[in-house]
Design a protein around this ligand. Structure first.
Ligand code: 13P
Length: 249
C-alpha cells in the first residue's frame, strides 16, 4: 500500500514567533495514524521547527536546496547542511522556483541527484500552466518535466521520490483542479512510471496533488484512486484548516 501524505508548504510566510505559535497549534490538533504529515517552514526556521516538533510525528521538510555539495554560492543551502540538522526531505521543482528563480529541468535533475546522494528524500513538484492545458498539451508538459528530471534514476532511487502534481493555474488562485482532472493526470503519471520502472514501482510511488486544496474540497480530491495526499499552500498556514485536510485523507 502506498504511503498517504499531507505536506504543508509554508513558502515565504511566518516569522519565528508565528512559526512557533503555528507549531504549538498543530501539536494541539492531536495525533494521526496511517499517514505522514509534514511542514515546510522557511530554511531559517528549520532548526527551531525541528526542536519544537521533537516529540511529535509531524515531520519538518525543506522547501529547496542547492545542487552543489559546498562552495561559493552565496545565499544557498546544501543538502549536507539540511542533513546536518536532521532534515531528511526536501521539496524540489516547485513552480515558483521554476518561474521566479530560473530552475530548469536540467538544474532539477542535478538537485534531485544531490539530494539523493545525501540520503534526502525528494518531494518533486511539476505541473502545467494554464495555456498548456487550454492548448491540450498538459500531459505532454508533465511527461517531459518528469522524464527530464527523474528518468535517469533507477528504480531503487525512485523509492526516495514523492511526486507532487501542482497545476500552476490552481496554485494560490482558489481554482482547484476538479477531482476528475486530478485523477486523470495522476493515473497518467502512474502509467508513465509503470512503462519506465514497472508496475510494482509505479504502484508504490506516492503522488500528491497541490493547488488550492482546502478543508471543503480535500476529501473529494483525496477520494480518487491515484491521489495519495496533498501538498498544501495557503491552507497550511492555519492549524485548524491544515488538520481538517489531514483528517480528510
Ligand atoms: P495553494 O494551496 O496556496 O494553492 O498552494 C499550493 C502549493 O503551491 C503548495 O506547494
Amino acid at each position: 500500500m502506498r504511503t498517504k501524505i499531507v505536506a504543508g508548504n509554508w513558502k515565504m510566510n511566518n516569522d519565528l514567533a508565528e512559526t512557533q505559535t503555528l507549531i504549538e497549534q498543530l501539536i494541539q490538533q492531536g495525533d494521526f495514524s496511517n499517514k505522514r504529515v509534514m511542514i515546510a517552514p522557511t530554511a531559517v526556521h528549520l532548526s527551531a521547527a525541528k526542536s519544537a516538533l521533537s516529540a511529535s510525528k509531524i515531520e519538518v521538510v525543506a522547501q529547496n536546496m542547492h545542487q552543489a555539495e559546498a562552495g561559493a554560492y552565496t545565499g544557498e543551502i546544501s543538502g549536507k547542511m539540511l542533513k546536518g540538522i536532521d532534515v531528511n526531505t526536501v521539496i524540489l521543482g516547485h513552480s515558483e522556483r521554476r518561474a521566479y528563480f530560473g530552475e530548469t529541468d536540467a538544474i532539477l535533475e542535478e538537485k534531485v541527484a544531490a539530494a539523493l546522494k545525501q540520503d534526502i528524500e525528494v518531494i518533486f513538484c511539476f505541473g502545467e500552466e494554464l495555456e498548456d492545458r487550454k492548448a491540450g498539451n498538459h500531459f505532454e508538459v508533465v511527461a517531459s518535466q518528469i522524464k527530464n528530471a527523474l528518468f535517469a534514476l533507477d528504480a531503487a532511487a525512485l523509492k526516495h521520490i514523492i511526486l507532487a502534481y501542482e497545476p500552476v493555474w490552481a496554485i494560490g488562485t482558489g481554482e482547484t483542479a476538479s477531482p476528475e482532472q486530478a485523477q486523470e493526470m495522476h493515473a497518467f503519471i502512474r502509467n508513465l512510471l509503470a512503462e519506465k520502472y514497472g508496475e510494482a514501482t509505479a504502484q508504490a510511488t506516492s503522488i500528491l496533488y497541490g493547488g488550492s486544496v482546502k478543508p471543503n474540497n480535500a476529501q473529494e480530491i483525496f477520494s480518487k484512486a491515484d491521489v495519495d495526499g496533498g501538498l498544501i499552500g495557503g491552507a497550511s498556514l492555519k492549524a485548524e484548516d491544515f488538520f481538517a485536510i489531514v483528517k480528510s485523507l
